[in-house]
Design a protein around this ligand. Structure first.
Ligand code: MN
Length: 251
């Protein structure tokens, strides 16, 4: 069926509205500018260049993962909160603290937006910390207090690594593997979808996104290759700082 000129104009106008509404989700992948949405949440820029984790994490994956997937979680989280000014107001704290309030007590979130907050709030939080849990020229082993605690809890760094790889490998479908602090102890756990350890009373120290969108372009179905490559970009300083803060907080 031929499209009339009027229809074509209408479609173009609609497309513009969608673009204006979802700048994050529609952002060009070659943009290095931080993508913003209507708020209260915004997409934080990567703490390094898109190609900084090469050759372990490829540039194109970083563009799509950050500019499209993470941006979509932010946009959808904002959308879910549009009609809930009370929750939008609670989000006025610096973003990560504000989001933690919601994720810590999902049952306090109104039922009709709870799933959206769980999925998209979790997605936003998990990815925001994930970018910081990696860095160029990372890898190696943790030092200081965290190294000592890993030795105590898992026998050795190799023992920890073995268990973490097993957890990441065994996630069925989409999810995450985590090193967390729970009840004052280190533990390895996995979460399905975008569920966040914070909702389970745990503090995430290190996390690995094993959704296919995190590795499929470079590794296709070979998740094990992606996991092996990821160890080379782990930011142990971040995990160590989180551990130090968490173990010294009176909570
Ligand atoms: Mn992801």
């Amino acid at each position: 069926m031929m499209m009339t000129r009027r229809q074509a104009i209408k479609n173009t106008a609609l497309a513009s509205v969608v673009l204006a509404t979802l700048p994050g989700a529609m952002a060009q992948t070659n943009s290095s500018l931080p993508v913003t949405t209507s708020g209260p949440f915004t997409l934080p820029p990567l703490p390094y260049a898109y190609d900084a984790l090469e050759p372990y994490i490829d540039t194109e994956t970083m563009h799509i993962h950050h500019d499209r997937h993470h941006a979509a979680y932010v946009a959808n989280l904002n959308k879910a909160l549009v009609d809930w000014p009370e929750y939008r107001m609670r989000m006025n704290a610096p973003f990560i603290e504000g989001l933690e309030v919601l994720l810590k007590d999902l049952n306090s979130v109104p039922e009709n937006i709870r799933t959206a907050v769980r999925n998209n709030g979790g997605g936003h939080y998990n990815h925001s910390v994930f970018w910081q849990m990696m860095k160029p020229a990372g890898g190696g082993e943790p030092t200081g207090e965290l190294a000592k605690a890993i030795g105590t809890n898992f026998g050795s760094f190799a023992g920890f690594k073995h268990q973490f790889v097993e957890a990441a490998t065994k996630v069925f479908g989409s999810g995450w593997a985590w090193l967390v602090l729970k009840d004052g102890k280190l533990a390895i756990q996995s979460t399905p979808n975008q569920d966040c350890p914070i909702s389970q009373g745990a503090i995430p120290l290190l996390g690995l996104d094993v959704w296919e969108h995190a590795y499929y372009l470079k590794h296709q179905n070979k998740r094990a290759d992606y996991i092996a490559a990821w160890w080379n970009v782990v930011n142990w300083d971040f995990a160590g700082d989180k551990f130090h803060t968490a173990t010294n907080a009176n909570i």
